[in-house]
Design a protein around this ligand. Structure first.
Ligand SMILES: *Cc1c(COP(=O)(O)O)cnc(C)c1O
Length: 481
């Protein structure tokens, strides 16, 4: 249940109060331009002191609760047999109804262990959508990622409630084509990260399970963004409306053989781990925990984080804790839509995604419309988003640009971090930018690394558009920051 306002306005209400704060710094627009130039028009290279609202990512930057902070003081630092680990293990056994928990330092470490254990050269891993680190680990072990998403998945504007579903027909076709023995597992990702935090339905997961049973294939859940998916299932799936978040979690968990997660997202802290009921699978994966991560009672995590995750997971079972992200994102998406700004719909978890191709139709893809828009958003507001488009792709072996399927700017909404007026500020500045979109032009690389160029590469504007944007800002906002 959400709180209704007498005025009828649909406004998300913070169901927590702020008790520790971090001072923010909003530079004047001229200095924001200077900082953006120094960062080579790459938001990854901005210094945090120059950023007003950091909407780069939701990873490891969600706000903790007072109970999490308190638990961190009690952490037990023993190398082996830490009481902190036992507390987390018990919480996980209760929430997921599975026996074994293997700790790891973050999500990609779980993917390393899973892929090293199960993926062999020449095998195929079907999934609803890939995540960057998942793809890298499966490929490194010689496997091939095959996405079996539905036709809705890539539609930027849709009213489909579950764009993260697996297309069952495509899944069966793939199994029949390559043979079940060549599929180490089917992977379902909760709250599909790269297509805008879109959920799968419980019904779909059940159908996937049925197929897995029929062909004797394991089902693996990437639960990193499970909290958002849980909320959407409860909101959007009829059969789940009267179920508690805990009951929905049990149902999901009962359908999966192995569950892994990044606690940088799930659990509001930093860490990760793998959960299973199978002793055989646990034993097969366990040796890689001690090899790559650490002893079995910490797995590369600080015991303080382990305590925080245990409480964070418990709090994830509270709808008023997990609805904050999706409600704020829904508000932001709907308000931007009202002003005509092209955004991905329906609103998902994780953040609000702006469609740069439609925002800047006059900027061709090889001039990085999403990169230019991310830079323009920072200049106009001090808000840092992330480019997800051609700038993040690699050129082919002949140096030709690999044009991305989508040109998106992701404005992540770390959970419980920002207040409504801060979100309104973002909406205000982005809509101003939309009205002045004709000023924004493209970018070009001036320092382009060969590998993962978007992290540290530097670019420059193709004209003096950033200066003209600052001039227009001054004309419209006067002496405002
Ligand atoms: C973030 C993320 C990961 C990787 O987790 P890290 O802790 O960053 O290594 C894996 N899968 C999904 C869906 C994610 O969102």
């Amino acid at each position: 249940m959400t709180v209704k306002f007498y005025s009828g306005e649909k406004i998300p209400l913070e169901m927590h109060k702020v008790r520790i704060i971090q001072k923010l710094n909003l530079l004047p627009v001229e200095e924001r331009l200077k900082a953006m130039k120094e960062a080579g028009f790459n938001t990854f290279l901005l210094q945090n002191k120059d950023v007003f609202l950091d909407m780069l990512t939701d990873s490891g930057v969600n706000a903790m609760s007072d109970r999490q902070q308190a638990a961190m003081l009690e952490a037990d630092d023993s190398y082996a047999g830490s009481a902190s680990f036992t507390r987390l293990e018990k919480t996980i056994q209760e929430i997921f109804r599975k026996k074994y928990f293997l700790p790891a330092h973050q999500g990609r470490a779980c993917e390393n262990i899973l892929s090293t254990t199960f993926v062999r050269p020449g095998t195929y891993v079907p999934m609803n959508y890939h995540f960057t680190t998942t793809h890298a680990h499966i490929t490194k072990n010689g496997g091939k990622v095959v996405e079996v998403f539905t036709d809705e998945a890539l539609k930027l504007n849709s009213d489909h409630p579950f764009k993260g579903n697996i297309d069952i027909k495509k899944l069966i076709n793939l199994i029949q084509e390559v043979g079940a023995e060549n599929i180490p597992f089917v992977r379902m990702e909760a709250g599909t990260n790269l297509i805008g935090g879109q959920p799968f339905s419980l019904e779909n997961l059940r159908e996937v399970r049925k197929v897995c049973d029929e062909y004797g294939i394991k089902l693996v859940l990437d639960a990193s963004l499970l909290q958002d998916n849980l909320y959407f299932i409860k909101q959007r799936e009829d059969e789940c409306q009267n179920m508690t978040i805990r009951e929905i979690t049990w149902q999901i968990s009962d359908l999966c053989d192995i569950i892994y997660f990044s606690a940088r997202k799930l659990g509001f802290a930093r860490g990760g781990g793998i959960i299973t009921d199978s002793e055989e699978d646990m034993r097969a994966m366990r040796e890689y925990v001690t090899l790559y991560e650490g002893f079995l009672t910490y797995g590369g995590m600080s015991v303080r984080e382990i305590e925080a995750i245990a409480i964070g997971l418990e709090e994830t079972m509270d709808e008023e804790m997990i609805n904050q992200g999706p409600l704020f994102i829904e508000y932001m998406t709907n308000e931007l839509l009202k002003k005509g700004v092209p955004v991905v719909t329906p609103p998902g978890g994780l953040g609000c995604h702006i469609n740069a191709m439609e925002f800047l139709p006059h900027v061709p893809q090889h001039e990085y419309p999403a990169g230019a828009l991310a830079a323009a958003i920072y200049i106009a507001s001090g808000v840092r988003g992330m480019e997800r488009g051609t700038m993040s792709e690699a050129r082919d072996e002949n140096g030709v640009e690999n044009l991305a399927n989508m040109e998106l700017v992701r404005l992540a909404v770390p959970r419980r971090v920002f207040t409504l007026s801060q979100i309104q500020y973002v909406i205000d500045r982005v809509s101003w930018l939309y009205e002045n979109r004709h000023i924004i032009e493209g970018l070009k690389y001036v320092d382009e690394p060969k590998v993962l160029r978007f992290f540290v590469g530097k670019l420059d504007a193709l004209s003096d558009w950033p200066e003209r944007l600052v001039e227009k800002f001054r004309a419209d906002f006067g002496d405002s920051l």
